[in-house]
Design a protein around this ligand. Structure first.
Ligand code: DAL
Ligand code: ZN
Length: 354
């Protein structure tokens, strides 16, 4: 009998050793999503959930970090229906309390890395009655948010590695894009400080608008105006705008930059329908003769001067007599004749960033 038990034990332990999982945990991207209405961030490795959220109006901001596909440290997501709040935790005690408080355990959102390769920092802030959190693999972002009145919660969990900017951008390029985060009124796409675009909205230059801007340039050249014959500044991607804006903030301060450069996701240039005209020296057109001609004629080509003098409180930007927005001849002419800004003409909300 003893022998049998011994044999069984050996067999059992062999089975244990041979079936003991050898986890070749792979790295999986943790996607960061953002909902403008509540300023909430949500983190998930589940691409089906990600795409569903994007269809529901969430903006996928890219890859926040890479997590292991499995580890001994699952991070669970909890949800409280009455307050529509989400909460992430790895802590058993916290989980018990959450359940007592009416939270429902939705499942594992991602796994924390067993080796402490990349620290993921957490900031937290109260937004109305809702606590919102931000997770980042970048300590710079963590401290920056702390300066913007976010609380520092320290290291939240660990990841395998950071995502490069290219990886992050590539991951959102192929996502479905919906009109949910794009604001149209009467078929006109409106972009201002109140109405932004998703980071994955990347239509490129609109061909009709592009042809129209080249016609203006050609005609101005033929009439002897100081206008660059080939160069203009048109379509800008979210990431290009991001670089541009951040450079202005660095050199000129945020308050100044916000008066003439749009934050990423808020530039009309991202629509492919806006163009800056330049002079022969490659600078933005500011000279009186040229500016007067543009103001009086752009509508005949389908454009409006989008940021006129004296309207900064409405458009959100200092005058830009060189910045043209394509609307098509009919609408541009109506807006021109009304003497109103696009915001006033359409009766849409304007003002500072929310
Ligand atoms: N200069 C305009 C406002 C832009 O950055 O889109
Ligand atoms: Zn412009």
């Amino acid at each position: 009998m003893k022998k049998i038990i011994f044999a069984l034990l050996i067999a059992f332990s062999i089975t244990l050793t041979t079936t003991k999982p050898v986890y070749a945990a792979q790295e999986v991207p943790v996607y960061q999503l953002y909902l403008k209405a509540t300023k909430e961030h949500l983190y998930t490795v589940d691409t089906i959930e990600r795409d569903q959220l994007v269809k529901n109006g969430w903006i996928c901001e890219g890859i926040a970090w890479y997590a292991p596909s499995y580890s001994a440290y699952p991070v669970y997501r909890f949800y409280q229906k009455s307050t529509d709040s989400k909460y992430y935790t790895m802590d058993e005690e916290v989980m018990k309390k959450l359940i007592q408080n009416g939270y429902y355990k939705e499942g594992v959102s991602w796994y924390s890395s067993e080796n402490e390769a990349v620290a993921i920092f957490e900031n937290e802030k109260l937004n109305g009655s809702r606590t919102i959190c931000n997770l980042s693999a970048y300590s710079g972002e963590y401290h920056y948010l702390a300066q913007q009145n976010w609380k520092r919660n320290g290291i939240y969990c660990y990841g395998i590695r950071k995502a490069t900017e290219q990886e992050s951008l590539d991951s959102i390029r192929t996502l479905p894009y919906t009109n949910n985060s794009c604001f149209y009124v009467d078929g006109i796409l409106v972009v201002n400080k109140r109405h932004g675009l998703g980071s994955s909205y990347a239509p490129g230059e609109d061909p009709t608008a592009g042809a129209a801007i080249r016609r203006i340039i050609k005609d101005m050249n033929a009439a002897g105006y100081n206008i660059h014959p080939t160069y203009y500044s048109g379509y800008r991607s979210y990431s290009t705008q991001s670089t541009l804006y951040n450079n202005y903030v660095r050199s000129d301060g945020k308050a100044n930059a916000d008066r003439y450069s749009a934050r990423p996701g808020f530039s009309e240039h991202q629509t492919g329908l806006a163009f800056d005209l330049c002079n022969k020296a490659g600078q933005l057109v500011e000279s009186t003769r040229e500016v007067n001609w543009i103001a009086a004629n752009a509508h005949r080509y389908g454009f409006i001067v989008r940021y006129p003098y004296g309207k900064e409180h409405i458009t959100g930007y200092m005058p830009e007599p060189w910045h043209l927005r394509y609307l098509g001849v009919e609408t541009a002419t109506k807006v021109y004749n009304s003497g109103l800004t696009l915001e006033e003409y359409l009766g849409v909300s304007y003002g500072d960033y929310e």
